[in-house]
Design a protein around this ligand. Sequence first.
Ligand code: B16
Ligand code: MG
Length: 218
Amino acid sequence: MNKTGFIFDLDGVIVDTAKYHYLAWKNLADELGIEFNKDDNEKFKGVSRKRCLEILLEMGGLSVSEKQFDAWLVEKNEDYLEYIKKMDETEILPDVEKVLQYLKKKNIPMALGSASKNARPILEKVQLLSYFEAIVDGNSVTKAKPDPEVFLIAADHLNVEAANCVVFEDAVAGVAAANAAEMVSIGIGASEVLQEADYNFNDFTEINVAFLDKLIEN
Ligand code: B16
Ligand code: MG
């Protein structure tokens, strides 16, 4: 068993793909005549694609056939894929790579734990794939965050006890999932929103080596 493992969420932690999700959902909402703004998009963070569409249709008071639902899911994703096509390493959030490099140098096993089914191609585009021993994403889970499944599978792949895993998350549901897995939760973003996290930072520029060492030693 490895002593400590680090697990990273993708959207909002490593890259800001929320802006592309927003554009794609907004296009679909406009087509369906549903009002959708950036505040509404906040509710979609860390939430599965399917659940996002359910919320959007609830907002518009629409109920549709399964076939139509699936067609809109495909449409939104194709649109989103067009936006992320242009992503490159300049979209990595500040100091994320510095932290990944430090942990890699210390031989700390790392995994991705994301709700996205597009996690792997995004990591390839921003050239971070090689840092991760395991990619646990929307294709690997049966239960969405706040269920701890995604992080427990990641711990398993890393061969680390759940209690010795550290999770970086920007979504309330993600912090709840990390806490339910009995892992150390680190909220990235506003502390008023991520109140349940064990530690909180606005972004990775606030995380120093002494703090990482403390997490590794625990
Ligand atoms: P996809 P995370 C999540 O990523 C996003 O925050 C959320 O807005 C999105 O709906 C979800 O991935 C599914 O993404 O449509 O690409 O499968 O924060 O869990 O990395
Ligand atoms: Mg996220």
